[in-house]
Design a protein around this ligand. Structure first.
Ligand code: GLC
Length: 421
């Protein structure tokens, strides 16, 4: 080949290479869309920005900010899944959604991307509710567990039994040291089911019988639990308005110094330490009271990321999931918003414990946390419990009537689905 031809060939190759490079730079990045409840979308925004800078030209992560309540955002996700071709690649899912979504075939197993060494990093409790029928479908973003907050300036140690919680509250209220005893989530929504699971466990009951899967909502323990909650309101230990309280309203009342106790999730601790908090530096956490006084009781919460099996961007979506759930991301979310990490190593991390001395208590609560029934029918079962409890709390029905109705309505739901929880 002559020199001229060789030079021409080289030039041509150079032109082709640089055109290819320019083309790949011009090519639009793969867009990965994730639906998240508003508080998590907000908490994740700085990480998303950083991800997009680091993956410029290749992947663009876009978060859809959905409603706050678990039921509303699940309804939104389900309607788009039922319409087909949902606009999302992944969803941030509450722990209770997974059986239904997995059973419906909407989720892609994550097993090809996460192995036993990943699972081994998780804190006890954060490793629950991520799998269904032996497949991993969700990777946890934040761990969550129900806690009892108590005022260290009003008592030397927290109550251990329901009776103690009541008697300490009465004493503080009659001596004008506290306006209310106990604030919690009494509105008719998922938070009420969460509170109920803790109280029920504390009274020695269970929502579903673990061996048969049948409801146990008319048991003595369930009736005693509903009675106790009603009496808290009836006796003024909890404000009447508690029947309209979700997490933010309970937090607001406790933060203003209006109550001796609060049931809430761990994120509330960071909020209580802010300069505008009337109880800053005067709050500790423990697990909810139980009748034996010995057995800790706590409802398992948590939110995790799941991949939709229709996603055309699976590996990029997993890259984003890994980024958002990395130890560095967990640390940042904990320090900035108080969201509980999922990695066991972080629960003993000196920097995190210095900022939040309650972190080891949260870790202990997670290791005893009780899941809500892991059933594809959970949303219906929970709705029945919420309706009945709400009728009891507002005095429309007695605890016995309410829990009997919850029992028979739950039986109908399970029977019409073939007796399977
Ligand atoms: C928290 C929990 C979640 C629960 C919800 C109820 O977000 O993590 O599991 O369903 O509260 O309000």
């Amino acid at each position: 080949m002559s020199l001229g031809r060789r030079l021409l060939g080289g030039l041509l190759a150079l032109i082709l290479i640089s055109a290819g490079l320019a083309w790949s730079q011009l090519r639009a990045p793969e867009v990965v869309s994730i639906l998240m409840a508003a508080p998590f979308a907000d908490a994740t925004a700085p990480l998303v920005e950083r991800f997009n800078q680091e993956h410029r030209g290749r992947i663009r992560l876009s978060i859809t900010r959905g409603p706050r309540d678990t039921e509303s955002i699940s309804d939104l996700a389900i309607s788009s899944l039922l319409l087909g071709q949902p606009p999302y690649d992944a969803l941030l899912m509450d722990v209770t959604w997974l059986p239904k979504y997995a059973e419906a075939g909407w989720l892609e197993p994550l097993d090809p991307w996460f192995d036993d060494s990943d699972l081994a990093t998780l804190q006890d409790g954060a490793n629950l509710g991520n799998s269904y029928e032996g497949k991993l479908y969700r990777w946890p973003l934040v761990a969550d567990v129900g806690m009892l907050y108590w005022r260290t300036d009003l008592m030397a140690s927290p109550p251990e039994t329901p009776e103690e919680l009541v008697s300490i509250s009465r004493e503080l209220q009659t001596t004008d040291q506290a306006k209310y005893g106990f604030v919690w989530q009494g509105r008719q929504y998922e938070g009420l089911s969460c509170d109920f699971v803790e109280v029920l466990e504390g009274f020695g009951g269970q929502w579903l019988d673990p061996s048969t899967g049948e409801p146990r909502l008319d048991s003595n323990a369930a009736i005693a639990s509903a009675t106790w909650l009603y009496e808290l309101i009836n006796s003024g230990i909890s404000p009447k308005a508690v029947t309209n309280f979700a997490e933010p309203e309970s937090l607001q009342a406790f933060k203003a110094g209006d109550a001796a106790f609060m049931r809430n999730w761990p994120y509330a601790y960071a909020e209580l330490q802010k300069p505008d908090s009337a109880v800053r530096g005067r709050v500790a956490v423990t697990t909810m009271v139980s009748q034996s006084g010995e057995q800790p009781t706590a409802t398992l919460g948590s939110w995790g990321l799941s991949l939709l099996n229709d996603s055309p961007h699976k590996s990029s979506a997993v890259e984003a999931i890994r980024y958002l759930t990395s130890e560095a991301a967990q640390r940042e979310r904990f320090l900035n918003q108080g969201y509980t990490p999922t990695s066991a190593a972080l629960f003993a991390d000196p920097e995190l414990v210095a900022v939040s001395p309650v972190l080891p208590d949260i870790g202990r609560a997670l290791s005893v946390a009780v899941p809500r029934p892991p059933s594809p029918l959970y949303a219906q079962l929970s709705d029945v419990v919420q309706r009945s409890l709400s009728a009891v709390l507002t005095g429309e029905q007695s605890a016995e009537q309410g829990m009997k109705a919850a029992q028979s309505n739950s039986e109908v739901i399970l029977q019409s689905a073939g007796g399977q929880a």
